[in-house]
Design a protein. Structure first.
Length: 87
């Protein structure tokens, strides 16, 4: 749930879709492991396009928003619904 909330807040903060790539797994059925990396898209860093990473800071309001989402289940649900529709 917390990882989903981080993805929702980053999507809102930066106006771009963030999604959790790997779902939780039952460790009794499968040992923990780092998933295989997905191939980079053609315009990815170092893909010949000259586009590099663009570090960004998380806006200051995200921490306060986290606390509000913890306290208000309806607000948390609204952010989650917005995130699902915006992807």
């Amino acid at each position: 749930m917390w990882l989903h909330r981080v993805a929702c807040l980053l999507s809102l903060a930066w106006s771009e879709g963030w999604n959790v790539r790997t779902a939780p797994i039952d460790l009794e059925r499968m040992p923990a492991a780092v998933p295989e990396d997905w191939p980079a898209p053609p315009i990815a860093h170092g893909g010949g396009s000259g586009v590099g990473p663009h570090p960004r800071q998380v806006p200051a309001w995200v921490l306060a928003a986290w606390d509000l989402l913890e306290a208000d289940a309806a607000l948390s649900g609204a952010l989650s619904a917005w995130h699902q529709v915006s992807l």
